[in-house]
Design a protein around this ligand. Structure first.
Ligand code: ZN
Length: 448
């Protein structure tokens, strides 16, 4: 089909297409939307014609060429209350000015987009327009989720920006995403107030962050506030990694290199490979300082896992006193944080779904940090909140074994086809979808 015919077909429901022109590398479709005068929505008086207005709406590109739709429509004025109005055109969104088709298209493009600028220029819009559109998409998705009785607050740090992911702990879904912006804490407070108005939140799991602990304790009066064990583990692991690196520099950590120290510090004993477990037991026997520290961390974590919630900070104090005195100052900041949490009657969370959610968040982080992608805050919010509802059509090249350098174009649909659920979006689905889109050459999908 010729492009002009394709565009005529696309806008076949429009009553009057005035002209379709190709100008400066873009398609322009000019149409007139006539409508009879109506009654004023404010005072119900009859309105009268008051000139014409023309608005530009951005539509989905056609064969890679940008399409702009110009709609001319009458303006009306109410003589009684001086209000002016323009008729509503079906199929378009007024703010930002885009077609409904473009809204779906942007959700689709979000999967493969690399930056806001690139996403905007591919459809012939200003970045500001797309950013507004993404906020709208996120807001619509946000409205479909209901209040979790067990709320998780998690930190997702990207390029030193702290984003907050709010989850429904009982089902492992995302209920909100608060990007790193100036008013982030204000947004968090608003959400907590809204959640507690709707149906009081019973449990709130908070990250090891003083500001968030304070916000949660003062805005969720009914809830039990819990610090996530895995979040505290990350903090302790950070100190262990720093101390381990110092030891390694001084040549006191035996066979463990600095790179290994960094990798191993964040693992629990159950996550070590067989070879690492062997190194651990040899290291302890030989008095290797890094492995001794690793073992001490594991001891604390297993004590906490079995702990009575009330005495959990005491357990930490006792553990700290058992460490070599040269290590103790490094844990001082953490001790301060935990002591404050104790004063606020924050308990330790042993919620079984937490490590699972945290693991998905760190997989999401890894994906988002892949080189070549720079997601704006609006893109992140829309991606996390809304895009798993959309189907993605992907095209890729598949090599055929034994056929030399032959490539086959293949396209397939992926997506979570279920309707939006009031429990929110499964974080695991999002991570799986993103990794299949961004790493298309995984072994299990390659042709044999
Ligand atoms: Zn009126």
């Amino acid at each position: 089909m010729k492009p002009v015919d394709a565009l005529k077909h696309r806008f076949s429901s429009a009553k009057a297409i005035d002209e379709i022109v190709f100008r400066d590398g873009k398609w322009e479709v000019h149409a007139t939307f006539s409508s009879r005068s109506d009654r004023c929505p404010s005072c119900n008086s009859l309105v009268s014609r008051h000139g014409w207005s023309q608005s530009r709406f951005i539509d989905t590109p056609l064969d890679g060429k940008i399409v702009h739709l110009f709609i001319k429509r009458p303006r009306f004025i109410c003589r009684s209350c001086s209000k002016t109005l323009t008729p509503v055109v079906p199929g378009v969104v007024e703010s930002p000015r885009v077609t409904e088709r473009l809204v779906s298209h942007v959700r689709f493009l979000l999967w493969t987009a690399t930056s806001l600028r690139n996403l905007a220029s591919s459809v012939g819009a200003l970045p500001k327009t797309i950013s507004e559109l993404l906020k709208r998409i996120a807001e619509e998705a946000r409205e479909t989720t209901s209040t979790p009785t067990e709320l998780g607050i998690h930190v997702l740090t990207l390029h030193e920006n702290r984003h907050l992911v709010l989850s429904n702990l009982s089902v492992g879904t995302v209920v909100d995403f608060l990007p790193s912006v100036d008013e982030q804490i204000e947004l968090l407070i608003q959400r907590l107030i809204a959640f507690n108005k709707d149906k009081a939140t019973q449990v709130v799991s908070v990250p090891a962050d003083q500001e968030i602990v304070n916000v949660a304790t003062s805005h969720c009066s009914v809830a039990r506030i819990e610090l996530s064990l895995s979040a505290i583990h990350t903090l302790i692991a950070g100190v262990v990694s720093k101390l381990g690196a110092q030891e390694s520099r001084r040549g006191r950590s035996g066979s463990v290199s600095r790179g290994e120290v960094e990798r191993l510090s964040y693992l629990r004993k159950s996550e070590l490979s067989d070879k690492d477990v062997e190194c651990l037991s040899d290291g302890i026997q030989e008095g290797n300082s890094f492995w001794k520290l690793f073992d001490a961390k594991e001891l604390l974590m297993s004590r906490w896992e079995m702990a009575e919630c009330s005495a959990w900070v005491d357990l930490f104090r006792i553990w700290l006193l058992g460490l070599p005195s040269s290590y103790q100052p490094a844990f001082h900041g953490l001790l301060l944080l935990l002591s404050k949490a104790e004063q606020l009657q924050v308990t330790l969370s042993l919620e079984p779904t937490l490590p699972f959610i945290d693991r998905n968040i760190s997989s999401l982080k890894e994906l988002l940090l892949k080189p070549g992608r720079s997601f704006s805050p609006e893109m992140l919010v829309a991606l996390v909140l809304a895009s798993p509802f959309m189907t993605v059509r992907l095209e890729r090249k598949v090599s055929i074994k034994g056929a030399g350098r032959m490539w086959l174009e293949e396209s397939w649909d992926i997506g979570d086809q279920r309707p939006p659920s009031s429990a929110g979006i499964s974080l695991e689905n999002l991570v799986n979808l993103l990794s299949s889109v961004w790493n298309p050459h995984t072994p299990d999908t390659d042709r044999k």
